[in-house]
Design a protein. Structure first.
Length: 572
């Protein structure tokens, strides 16, 4: 039997299944008598203390092994002691609910709010709330903890889902691979699996009902397959494939450091996408030619108040100092509509992807926009900061945004505050309207970066987060490649830098097409950097131009993908 899944952390594993079904609380919502309220409050306090002790022990262990993973547990501690949630839980108990029922209701309420976000990264954070909810309720019920920290033997862990604390606490020496029924590439499971180098196949439908502990499986987290009870010859073939994958992975690691040149000696700038600007991300800048996309909205997430100018200034400054002379492209706040913030109340919209978001929202809420611009301009004195506006649809958008920058500059001048006067200003090209007038936009800005995720979404009219129309969201659509080609040409003619910072930037199949169009800057997540550099080193531009021309003459996304896979089978 062969099942399909989403390979979010590449690798191949062969081993026995270990079904993992964590504690699932069943809560009795029967009201309690008034005289039992003090005891219920006391039980809530004790449960919270027990949960705190468990988290603290896990955090201390992770601090020794991997300080970055310990930050996930610290975030859980913050949730456990969230003031607003605590107040609502206490109010529920005072109103006649048991400790379990009150905690369950409030945690579910906030998980629903976050889980409704159209932004996958924000939606994935609901798992943190669910994780803490289960931990707190288990302590309320006096049930001891069961986790993946102690496995008797190496195994393929199969679960409906894994909480962040499950993944963070697992004995990675004995976890051969991870298979779950749910989860995506931005989930904590995916992020931690990639950082640990554990093959992970998520979104395998009905995995728990199909598999039993002790069954033999092959997890092919390269081609997205789960093979159950493989035949002897099939297992031998996969052992050879696994050995070859490991050999290639070790070879690819050699490309992580150093500059990237094509076979015919043309330098390609490989840059990094970052979000939270944590220590791991900042350290990773040294492997690249700078930061091609700094998603500043991550600084606003999970907060009850907007980040201050000083908070932002310190973070931007830290990133710039690490990058040195290399560019750091800061995308201004890309939030609103589909991306909800706890610290900013926004009206619900019927079609948020086409709503008041990103630059549109910033132009409406100039107080927020100006605070960010002040912080960025001030921080720019220590490095090579480039400012980039998202969700630009017209020349009016560009001119209005530049006008706000000039206002902020005048304010800083009046206050005699030092700032970077030579900062470059650019745009994200993710709306087809601006791509079609790229010749005009190139005269107005210093640079551009193509956000292929949204450009594909708007070009194909397919919500990239809606599984019902996933077949229509086609990243290899010839129309998308034509838009990219024409945009690159216009910026090249104007002598202005242009890059790709969407998913295609780190896509091995798309790389020769982008280079063939004339792209000389690509930006991606750290996990894609070494592989991208290896692929670039095996391409020459004449070959890339020929492939790019062919792709733009093809009729369907399927035809494009099949051609690229065949043409690059010895390169990618």
């Amino acid at each position: 039997m062969v099942c399909q899944g989403n390979p979010v952390s590449e690798g191949i594993a062969i081993g026995k299944v270990m079904r993992y079904e964590p504690f699932v609380p069943v809560v009795d919502n029967t009201a309690i008598a008034g005289e039992k309220i003090p005891a219920a409050l006391s039980r809530y306090e004790e449960a919270r203390s027990g949960a705190k002790q468990e988290l603290e022990e896990l955090r201390l262990r992770l601090e020794q092994e991997d300080p970055q993973k310990a930050k996930i547990i610290k975030a859980h501690m913050d949730i456990l002691f969230d003031v607003a949630m605590e107040e609502e839980i206490r109010d529920g108990i005072a109103g006649g609910k048991s400790a379990e029922a009150a905690a369950d209701q409030i945690f579910r309420k906030y998980a629903r709010i976050i889980g409704r976000s159209a932004d996958e990264r924000i939606r994935e954070r609901a798992s943190d709330l669910e994780d803490v909810r289960c931990r707190l309720l288990r302590n309320c019920m006096g049930i001891p903890e069961r986790n993946l920290a102690f496995l008797a033997e190496p195994a393929v862990v199969v679960a409906k889902d894994l909480f962040p604390s499950d993944t963070a606490s697992m004995d990675r020496r004995k976890v051969l691979a991870i298979v779950t029924e749910v989860g995506g590439p931005t989930s904590h499971t995916a992020i931690l699996a990639r950082s640990y180098g554990i093959p992970a196949l998520l979104g395998v439908k009905d995995a728990l009902s199909l598999l039993q502990s002790g069954q033999s499986v092959i997890v092919d987290a390269v081609d997205g397959k789960l093979i159950v009870n493989p035949a002897g010859e099939e297992e031998k073939a996969y052992r050879r494939k696994a050995a070859e994958f490991r050999r290639q992975a070790e070879e690819t690691k050699k490309y992580l450091d150093g500059d990237s040149f094509t076979k015919d000696g043309v330098k390609i700038e490989v840059e990094l996408n970052i979000g939270s600007a944590n220590a791991q991300e900042i350290d990773a800048i040294r492997h690249t030619n700078g930061v091609g996309l700094f998603r500043s909205e991550f600084l606003y997430l999970g907060r009850e108040t907007l980040p201050t100018e000083e908070e932002q200034y310190k973070i931007y400054r830290r990133v710039l100092m690490q990058a040195g002379d290399a560019p750091v492209i800061l995308r201004t706040l890309d939030i609103g509509g589909d991306k909800k913030l706890e610290c900013l109340q926004l009206p619900k919209e019927e079609n948020p992807f086409l709503g008041n978001r990103a630059l549109r929202l910033c132009l409406e809420r100039r107080d927020i926009f100006k605070t960010q611009l002040r912080a960025a301009l001030r921080a720019g004195t220590v490095g090579n900061l480039w400012l980039m506006f998202p969700m630009v649809g017209s020349m009016d958008d560009i001119r209005k945004a530049k006008g706000v920058v000039r206002e902020v500059q005048r304010d800083l001048d009046c206050e005699k505050i030092e700032y970077n006067r030579e900062i470059k200003i650019g745009i994200m090209i993710e709306i087809p309207a601006i791509a079609l007038i790229a010749d005009l936009a190139a005269k107005e800005v210093d640079f551009a970066s193509i956000g292929t995720n949204d450009l594909c979404q708007y070009t194909t009219a397919a919500d990239r987060l809606n599984q019902n129309v996933a077949q229509y969201y086609q990243s290899y659509h010839p129309a998308l490649f034509r838009l990219i080609r024409d945009t690159v040409r216009q910026f090249d003619r104007a002598g202005k830098p242009i890059s790709v910072c969407g998913e295609l930037g780190g896509d091995g199949l798309a790389m020769p097409v982008l280079l063939g169009f004339g792209m000389r800057r690509v930006s991606m997540g750290l996990s894609a950097v070494a592989r991208a550099k290896r692929i670039i080193s095996r391409l020459d531009l004449a070959q890339a131009r020929d492939m790019a021309d062919r792709v733009c003459q093809m009729e369907t996304a399927g035809e494009v993908e099949a051609y690229l896979r065949d043409a690059l089978k010895d390169i990618v």
